[in-house]
Write a protein that binds this ligand. Structure first.
Ligand SMILES: Nc1ncnc2c1ncn2[C@@H]1O[C@H](COP(=O)(O)OP(=O)(O)OP(=O)(O)O)[C@@H](O)[C@H]1O
Ligand SMILES: [Mg+2]
Length: 216
């Protein structure tokens, strides 16, 4: 079984894809064959590069869209709603099978969640349930600024309440010149969570070769 991580975050748009891509790129540069996985992608109608494409590009993977993200929807909605609007339900068994297939033959697997940990994939199956079923340690992505202590610690508490291990918290994007609040947040979250804290600067997403390593 490939070693892996499951990248979650304090919410949507905090940088889960960018952090997952940086981890995948770091592993690929070390010579590992990297599989990537995202249970569901929504918001394809919005016309920006979808998560599965950035993940594939960063990992240097040849997986198909379907192999990376078995459920893909146009509306920018929670996955359970996007599925319902398409007249279907996300099947946990299919997700688990697809994740195992993505890891098969890979030296490492990087999974990205959807939104935060308590987002439903199906009405009775949360992102946290999938993370627990896959068994990979969590990487929690959080913003560096005001408000992040509460959001991050809530996510860490929800992780541990679900029996999940937090391998690292990544503050993203970490500014070149962090303010006193941002530096203090990093220390406070480290103390109160007991988890290792990493940072990721703003990246040029068009050029993965220029990214600094992000080693978990
Ligand atoms: N370190 C970074 N460098 C450059 N751009 C970033 C960085 N972090 C986040 N962004 C930008 O911020 C936006 C949100 O990031 P991202 O898509 O990774 O969030 P997400 O948590 O994966 O969102 P979603 O919940 O939609 O999957 C994107 O436009 C992304 O390009
Ligand atoms: Mg994303």
């Amino acid at each position: 079984m490939a070693s892996g991580v499951f990248v979650t975050g304090t919410g949507t748009e905090v940088g889960k894809t960018v952090v997952a891509a940086a981890i995948a790129q770091t592993l690929a540069r070390e010579g590992r064959r990297v599989g990537v996985f995202k249970p569901a992608v929504t918001g394809l109608d919005e016309g920006v590069e979808p998560d599965h494409e950035l993940l594939r590009r960063a990992a240097g993977s040849s997986q198909s869209d379907e192999e990376i993200a078995p459920y893909r929807y146009g509306p920018p909605a929670s996955p359970h709603l996007a599925a319902a609007l398409a007249g279907e339900t996300i099947d946990p068994e299919r997700l688990r099978g697809a994740a195992v297939a993505a890891a098969d033959g890979a030296g490492a697997i990087v999974c990205e969640g959807v939104g935060g940990l308590l987002v439903p994939l199906a009405p009775d199956y949360l992102v946290r349930d999938l993370a627990a079923d896959l068994g990979y340690p969590l990487v929690v992505v959080a913003a560096p600024g005001l408000g992040t202590i509460n959001h991050t610690l809530l996510t860490v508490e929800a992780s541990r309440a679900g029996g999940l291990k937090v391998a690292a918290i990544v503050l993203n994007p970490w500014p070149a010149k962090p303010s006193e609040i941002e530096r203090s947040n990093r220390e406070t979250i480290a103390e109160l969570s007991g988890a290792p804290i990493l940072t990721l600067p703003r990246l040029d997403l068009a050029d993965p070769g220029s990214w600094p390593p992000l080693k978990i």
